[in-house]
Design a protein around this ligand. Structure first.
Ligand code: AMP
Length: 404
């Protein structure tokens, strides 16, 4: 189906989709929504940034609006993704909706979640750890939950949530509809799908393991000791919002601090930060209070900030699949994006593994062969100015000054 009108959605949902700027369904939505509206289970793999949240969110909201009973549960691997998914679903429900919701994520005070749960929410979004906590405390019952979404399932399994997911499954009504989405579909996912999905419709948009085509990927071959100076050169050349991935939590803080000392607007995010601090950093990055976010893989999945124009893999990821998720933070919703990969001699094996994932049929694709660094732009558009280059622009674009 090419349009939302053909899908015969409830009138209020049609309106909220228009308010959100969703005029026509994206390819994954065209494939998934009609089957999901018929009550079918879905096993979906789609490139990141393709409108996956709408692909499960629209049928979910339709289910809540067209049934007076029953409830929906969405499980995501990270708190950030859960918050983002909840925000999108609430937009679809609309401001006037009376449907109660509960966001069950770790790092947040329990009393607020107890309060939300006492209100009989019909939409619950959360991370498996906290959802299990509530199940154990009996503050959450799932026996009437008849619509389940597992989002970024590969990531949930990677970070060790298999037991928690299976425990949640045991609490759910067997008479339910299940939509499972995953960026990649390794064997452990197909096992879970075989166990919990009922004759699912397979939805695959694009090659399951390939990144969005509009992301320009560039590799720089360099020595570990030259990474920082090369980064500074690249940052001076570019003028857009940048997400830099590094290996360790300590490394994010260290690099962000160094960049601030060098007059860049930068901050760091990693799993050791308290939830409210993580939320604050993401909110400030989202509204362009600062320009460079240095992150561990905590930010690799799901983060939807449309203005991220560049992803720099300062350190390559440990696991090749994470490369796809990392670079998927740019090039959102059809926009152009850039990814720059720093590759040291010690990274050769890691890069080969990534290259095999990206090009399973090629031995090594020419365009991804690492190049020697050149003091040359890698396709940045002029948009942001660095703090030192224009004070008037600085005031306009960045609301607060970088911390020393
Ligand atoms: P997602 O893959 O769900 O993270 O979505 C990526 C981006 O696409 C988000 O910014 C969504 O708001 C946007 N998006 C999703 N579906 C549509 C649509 N049908 N029309 C326009 N934008 C969309």
């Amino acid at each position: 189906m090419q349009t939302f009108q053909e899908m015969a959605l409830p009138e209020s949902l049609n309106h909220t989709l228009i308010d959100m700027g969703f005029n026509n369904p994206t390819p994954v939505q065209q494939e998934a929504i009609p089957s999901a509206l018929q009550g079918r289970d879905i096993l979906g793999s789609a490139q990141t940034g393709t409108g996956k949240t709408g692909a499960f969110g629209i049928p979910l909201v339709n289910h809540l609006l067209t049934n007076t009973e029953g409830a929906a549960l969405v499980m995501t691997p990270t708190r950030e993704l859960a918050t983002q998914v909840m925000s999108q679903l609430q937009k679809m429900l609309g401001k006037k909706s009376k449907i109660k919701v509960a966001l069950l994520i770790g790092g947040e005070p329990m009393p607020k979640q107890f309060r939300q749960l006492r209100n009989s929410p019909r939409l619950i979004v959360g991370t498996p750890g906290r959802i299990n906590d509530h199940l154990k405390r009996r503050s959450l019952q799932l026996n009437t939950t008849d619509f389940l979404v597992l989002d970024e399932t590969d990531r949930m399994l990677d970070i060790g949530f298999t037991v928690q997911i299976e425990n949640v499954m045991a609490h759910l009504s067997p008479e339910r509809q299940t939509l499972l989405f995953s960026a990649t579909l390794p064997k452990n996912i197909t096992r879970i799908a075989g166990k919990y999905l009922n004759e699912p419709v397979r939805v695959a948009v694009g090659a399951p393991s390939s990144p969005v085509e509009k992301i320009k990927q560039t590799c720089l071959r360099l020595k570990e000791a030259d990474k920082h100076s090369t980064l500074l050169t690249q940052l001076d050349e570019c003028e857009g919002t940048i997400l830099i991935f590094v290996k360790t939590k300590f490394g994010t803080e260290k690099l962000a601090k160094k960049l601030r000392q060098e007059e860049h607007f930068a901050d760091a995010i990693h799993g050791d930060l308290r939830q409210h601090k993580r939320d604050r950093v993401i909110a400030k990055f989202r509204n362009k209070t600062f320009r460079i976010l240095v992150a561990t893989d905590v930010a690799a999945r799901g983060l939807d900030i449309p203005h991220i124009e560049y992803v720099i893999n300062y350190d390559l990821p440990q696991c090749p699949e994470d490369y796809i998720h990392r670079i998927g933070r740019t090039g959102r919703a059809g926009a152009l994006g850039n990814a720059l990969n720093f590759i040291t001699p010690a990274d050769n094996k890691k890069w080969q593994a990534i290259d095999r994932l990206l090009n399973p049929n090629n031995k090594q694709k020419e365009s991804f062969k690492p190049k020697k660094p050149k003091n040359k732009k890698w396709g940045f558009k002029k948009k942001f100015k660095t703090p030192s280059s224009s004070n008037s622009h600085k005031k306009k674009t960045f609301k607060t000054k970088a911390k020393a």
